[in-house]
Ligand binder design. Structure first.
Ligand code: KIV
Length: 263
């Protein structure tokens, strides 16, 4: 696989093709994911749940994210490397710039930040300084306590219209990618068609440009009961590398997600 960049993902979208993304938090898995030609690696703050054993991503610090981004960057050669800005690490312009700088210097190539009422302004500031962004909309797991659980977002016409406008505003502010989590599949399809930038989905149906899963979920080793949108790829594989490669093939061929994984 050649070096994947934002331009590669834009071309995949223009050609009407699909790309695969997975989370990783260490050098060994980053190597396996590279070998399986998965286009995007996310060093997600989900590490707070799957590595650290917390009940949410809220306790994750920027130091945690820098450390794991460095670990992944050590053996990542081809996948586009996205790193998460954790809870409250982008609550002012100054903090967003300082912490995005730390993630980029640790080896990140794009920073991801979750929606809040100021995300458009934050994306615009990062864009002004040439830092690529992935704006995470739909369910924002860092707000789980405000939301009262991990619930499907964008239900009803009013919420759906707001989310479509948010996607357009983020694109206008300079977001390079959108990641949409846990929304009805038809709404995700509409948003993907509405914007020119590549859209990655999780629990958002089959029509986004890319799909992402948490690594531990697709290997069937999550400490909690996995959500409905997860498929465990291990039972149909002989090894972890094969399960990861099969996931990539299933995403690119449109076999994953199947109707049973969608809302
Ligand atoms: O932190 C993470 O792993 C994520 C995915 C759920 C998309 O944000």
């Amino acid at each position: 696989m050649k070096n994947i960049t934002l331009r590669t993902l834009n071309t995949i979208k223009k050609n009407g093709e699909k790309f695969a993304c997975l989370t990783a938090y260490d050098a060994s898995f980053a190597q396996v994911i590279n070998d399986a030609a998965i286009e995007v690696i996310l060093v997600g703050d989900s590490l707070g749940m799957v590595l650290q054993g917390h009940a949410s991503t809220v306790p994750v610090s920027i130091d945690d994210m820098v450390y794991h981004t460095q670990c992944v960057a050590q053996s990542n050669s081809n996948s586009l490397l996205i790193a998460d800005l954790p809870f409250m690490s982008y609550r002012t312009e100054e903090l967003a710039l300082t912490n995005a700088t730390r993630l980029m210097q640790a080896g990140g190539q794009v920073v991801k930040l979750e929606k809040n009422n100021r995300i458009v302004e934050t994306v615009a500031v990062l864009n002004d300084y040439g830092i690529p962004t992935c704006a995470h909309i739909g369910l924002a797991p860092q707000q789980v306590h405000k939301l009262g659980g991990y619930r499907v977002q964008g239900k009803g016409q009013q919420q759906a219209d707001l989310m479509k406008q948010e996607a357009l505003d983020l694109q206008d502010a300079g977001a390079d990618l959108l990641l949409i989590e846990l929304i009805p599949a038809p709404l995700a399809a509409e948003i993907t068609a509405l914007v020119d930038i590549p859209v990655i989905g999780i629990g958002a149906g089959p029509d986004t440009d890319g799909q992402i899963l948490v690594l531990h979920d697709m290997l069937g080793i999550t400490p909690h009961t996995p959500p409905k949108f997860v498929k465990n790829f291990m039972p149909e594989a002989d090894s972890i590398p094969q399960a990861i490669a099969n996931y990539g093939l299933a995403v690119r061929s449109g076999q994953f997600p199947a109707p049973e994984h969608c809302f």
